[in-house]
Design a protein around this ligand. Structure first.
Ligand code: FES
Length: 560
């Protein structure tokens, strides 16, 4: 009876028996007028469908939640898990043989990977690609690292309103995700390294016709992936995650990817402790000259060979597990055999690549270690994260007096107060912005430099919080401090005037306050009001979200 009714209703949409006898391929659509980064997915979905039909499948598009980074308040991270649940349940609930995941903006890609990992139906991730580099008075711009840079200059009085309006017109010129090595670029690259995206797909610019062709290829491939019975669980193995972390480190990828990778792995029951990230970072040279740590943008990375060029170089040094499977049925190593070694544009430094290389050889890395370092100490017993490649060299080791802000609203009220007792060597501390504290762990960790410090020409200070930072951000910014302040972590016990010592080289973060004094402060500590959510999704979130070092997923969604 159920099959008969299903067929009858499917036929009302023009599908015939032959269509229904083919592999049914769902296309998880996240195009939304409220998400500029995913704005090319109507067209990409059409090309995926062409590929599916060509290969003998039947393509059916369905909507899920879409999370546009810049339009959602208080933060898209609050809804990443909700989108992951939506994706997982829609895949599981429908009679799909396979699914193509269309994601692009920061949280959409990890949410879809989390959902697909749990549903474990054959799946391919297709990202929408980076947008074109921006233009402003002869400069090539990368949103949103340059949004932050120019905003700081505006706050410092170095740019006027006219310049800001001009920037607004040219900084983001097309569909696509942010073109620097921010979270969206990192997650697209990570999906490729995990083998769940087609090789070479991550860096193709959104408006480039080659992205349409890869979309069509994805459509053909998913039918074949279904026929071969390849599931996410075949690709999402501990060694595949090591590959992904390795690629992320060589790229100078986003700190947010630490959280997202832990969450995706958790969906397959694979622990990714922070110490694993740190070990791989220490072993992996930083190879890719991309902003915010370097100079270039995704467009130029694509011209220099894209993510495969980076992986090929890592493979040459024996730094990848080459026998890991991919959605195509071939291994990572088999795909890389077809990639030419570095040497063409990278060695000559010609054309798009400018005078400097984009992907460096292992023998001449941009840095001896990967982009991210894990810190520990009495201020972060369960770890904290810093993008060491984006730290001003003089702040890699720093000792300073804390200026504490108890929330984002406290920060907004006081950061530019002329009476704020702050100096360039001060350490800015922001509390109660972790997963439960905000709630949703907003990208508030890149605290603005106080105006009066900007006026002194200072553009970086040590900043510490349990929040996240945009992957496009930069500076001496310590993030994801765990346990967070709102559940009684030591970060919540810091007082203005305390001395803090940061040592990125030795991976330590120390609060110079005695245990006795910390005990007294702990006895008087009260949780913030945000912990008392009375209803709805916010309550579910606060009750079940795990700490940053566990991926900030819900405790009931990890693989049993
Ligand atoms: Fe979507 Fe940057 S705003 S990736």
């Amino acid at each position: 009876m159920y099959g008969f009714v299903r067929r009858a209703f499917a036929k009302s949409m023009g599908l015939d028996d032959a269509d229904l006898a083919r592999p049914i391929i769902g296309i998880a659509q996240t195009q939304s007028d409220l998400n500029n980064c995913n704005n090319n997915f109507r067209e990409l979905a059409d090309y995926v469908k062409r590929g599916v039909w060509q290969a003998g499948g039947t393509a059916l598009e369905f909507p899920t939640i879409s999370l546009g980074e810049l339009f959602i308040r208080p933060t898209t991270m609050l809804y990443r898990n909700l989108m992951a649940m939506d994706t997982e349940e829609m895949i599981r609930a429908h009679p799909l043989d396979g699914v193509v995941l269309l994601g692009n903006c920061d949280k959409t890609t990890p949410a879809q990977l989390m959902g697909a990992a749990s549903a474990d139906v054959p799946a391919i991730m297709l990202t929408g690609g980076p947008h074109l580099s921006g233009r402003f008075r002869g400069e090539s711009l990368g949103a949103c690292s340059d949004c932050r840079r120019f905003w700081a200059e505006y706050r410092a009085g170095a740019l006027d309103e006219d310049a800001m309006r001009e920037l607004e017109e040219g900084i983001n010129r097309s569909d696509g995700h942010c073109t620097v090595m921010g979270t969206a670029s990192t997650m697209a690259a990570v999906a490729e390294a995990l083998g769940i995206s087609l090789p070479g797909s991550a860096a193709i610019p959104a408006p480039d016709a080659r992205r349409l062709r890869i979309a069509e290829a994805v459509g053909r491939q998913i039918v074949e992936t279904v026929r071969q019975g390849i599931r996410p669980s075949d690709m999402l193995t501990p060694r595949a995650f090591e590959n992904a972390i390795r690629v992320m480190m060589a790229l100078g990828g986003s700190t947010n990817a630490v959280i997202h990778l832990a969450a995706i792995a958790g969906r397959r029951g694979i622990p990714l402790p922070l110490d694993l990230f740190d070990r791989i970072s220490r072993e992996t040279p930083y190879l890719t000259n991309l902003r915010p740590s370097g100079t270039f943008h995704m467009e130029q990375l694509y011209e220099a060979g894209g993510v495969p060029a980076v992986m090929k170089e890592l493979a040459r040094g024996g730094l990848l597990h080459l026998d890991e499977p991919t959605v195509t049925g071939h291994t990572i190593g088999q795909h890389l055999e077809r990639v030419t070694a570095l040497g063409t544009d990278a060695a000559s430094g010609a054309g798009w690549c400018g005078p400097q290389r984009i992907v460096h050889r292992l023998e001449e890395p941009l840095g001896a270690q990967g982009g991210i370092a894990i810190l520990r100490g009495n201020l972060a017993p369960d770890g904290a994260v810093i993008k060491q490649t984006a730290v001003s060299p003089q702040l890699m080791r720093h000792r300073g007096r804390a200026i504490v802000f108890s929330s984002t609203s406290d920060l907004a009220e006081r950061i530019d107060d002329p009476a704020l007792d702050v100096a360039p060597e001060s350490v800015l501390v922001l509390q109660n912005t972790g997963p439960k504290g905000a709630p949703g762990m907003p990208e508030a960790g890149g605290l603005p430099i106080p105006k009066k410090i900007l006026a002194q020409g200072v553009r970086d200070m040590v900043r510490i919080s349990d929040a996240r930072m945009s992957g496009t951000g930069y500076g001496a910014v310590v993030l994801h401090v765990a346990p967070e302040a709102a559940i009684g972590g030591p970060l919540g016990l810091v007082r203005t005037g305390d001395w803090i010592e940061l040592d990125v080289v030795n991976r330590t973060l120390h609060l110079e306050v005695s245990d006795d004094e910390l005990g007294r402060r702990r006895a008087a500590w009260q949780p913030p009001a945000s912990m008392g959510q009375s209803r709805g999704y916010a309550r579910l979130y606060v009750e079940h979200v795990m700490q940053a070092d566990r991926g900030a997923d819900f405790d009931f969604l990890v693989h049993a």
